[in-house]
Design a protein around this ligand. Structure first.
Ligand code: ACO
Length: 374
């Protein structure tokens, strides 16, 4: 086809353009299904609530990597290579934990032989090493020495042990494990897409996850659980919840942890997290407060927005869970990245198994062909 361009020039016909690739199907996946209308999230067909009730993060990660359900699958954290520790020691103590984790995984990649195609073993090694690296950074910046993995512990209690220097009580570890399960995978979000794009060039798994962390670091993706913590602090106690919710909405502000672009029903990840938190024998104060504020918030949001379902999203219960297990808010985003390692690496495996270089077109909107000025 020609359109007045120099004779013989072939130009493409009009192609659909979707800013942000919204509505564009860019991959096939067997890993997860997100049904926002019904409030359903499935990993390889299994309901997220059932996985939280009957599984552990290592079992769920293994399911994502291999397709096999083995409820007893064990995955301890792994040693941090010396080259990574040297890099972490070289960072300023003010570095963001997401930057430290991204750096650690990049350096780790340089210490490994990560041949194409990526394997489940590579996914396992990256996922097992990352919590040790984040815990090491968190300790180094406090002036403390990193702690070696306890191979008798599974990944999440192992992470808490390396972070705090003592074993967490089982109920605390279980709540954080539930958070890791619900954070493990969520379709073709921006960071997962970034991981698939990098993999499609036949690059290695460490490069794909390093890029994914770069994408997740942005405030439009990493979410706002730290802001939920701030709002719960502002409420202070359950009897102030009603007044605080109404005044916040009257000021035109949003309630953090409510509403979602995809979910119209109650976010099934929030439901699963709430259930696990509520089953703790000694309910911490933060949980009582979060439940009280949620009840009021749902009632008042329904009153103010009868036309739009505004329900609890995963960030709402993620925040008090992360706070309750003793993580400081500046570690929240990097902890989310640790959980998402399972999903990112599973997408790397899936992409490589049926690879096609991801290379979309751009619509040119610059000047037409012209001569350089004299
Ligand atoms: N509090 C109060 N009002 C809200 C909230 C909220 N949390 N969320 C939406 N609304 C209102 C909006 O003010 C808007 O009202 P209007 O039409 O009178 O202006 C209406 O509901 C529709 O809002 P949109 O912004 O169009 O909804 P969208 O689907 O684009 O937003 C989002 C989804 C960004 C999550 C939004 O609900 C929000 O800002 N929530 C608070 C922040 C939050 O919890 N983020 C975490 C999301 S979960 C995740 O990222 C993993």
């Amino acid at each position: 086809m020609t359109d007045g361009s120099p004779a013989g020039t072939i130009v493409a016909g009009p192609k659909p353009y979707s800013p942000g690739l919204e509505g564009v199907v860019a991959a096939e996946t067997a890993l997860s299904l997100v049904d926002g209308e019904r409030g359903v999230l499935l990993y390889r067909g299994y309901r997220i609530g059932d996985l939280v009730d009957h599984g552990t993060y290592p079992a769920v990660a293994n399911l994502l990597w291999t397709g096999d359900w083995d409820a007893g699958h064990h995955l301890p954290t792994a040693l941090v290579p010396e080259a990574v520790l040297v890099a972490l020691r070289g960072l300023p103590t003010t570095a963001k934990p997401m930057d430290a984790l991204r750096t650690a995984i990049s350096v780790w990649g340089a210490t490994q032989t990560l041949e194409w195609p990526p394997t489940a073993e590579q996914a396992r090694a990256l996922t097992a090493f990352s919590p040790s690296a984040l815990a090491a950074f968190a300790r180094l910046r406090r002036g403390e020495d990193p702690i070696e993995p306890d191979l008798g512990l599974d990944l999440v209690p192992g992470f808490l042990y390396q972070l705090n220097g003592e074993r967490a009580d089982p109920a605390t570890a279980r709540v954080l494990d539930a958070y890791f399960i619900v954070g493990a995978e969520h379709g073709l979000n921006a960071s997962t897409f970034a991981a698939r794009v990098i993999t499609s060039t036949r690059s290695d798994i460490a490069s794909a996850v390093t890029g994914a962390i770069g994408a997740m670091k942005g405030p439009l993706h990493g979410g706002a659980p730290a802001e939920v913590v701030e709002q719960l602090h502002q409420v202070g106690s359950p009897e102030h919840a009603e007044q605080w919710v109404r005044e916040t909405l009257d000021r035109g502000e949003r309630l953090m942890g409510f509403g979602h672009r995809v979910y119209r029903a109650y976010d099934p990840r929030a439901a699963a997290l709430r259930r696990v938190a509520e089953s703790m024998e000694h309910k911490p104060d933060w949980l009582e407060l979060a439940i009280a504020v949620e009840d009021v918030a749902l009632r008042v949001l329904a009153e103010r927005h009868p036309e739009r379902a505004l329900k609890t999203n995963v960030e709402y219960y993620a925040a008090p869970v992360l706070m309750g297990v003793g993580l400081t808010p500046d570690l929240f985003a990097a902890t989310f990245a640790l959980a998402r390692n399972a999903g990112w690496t599973a997408h790397v495996l899936e992409q490589s198994a049926a690879n096609r270089l991801i290379r979309p077109d751009a619509r040119y909107i610059g000047p037409s062909e012209r001569d350089l000025p004299e």
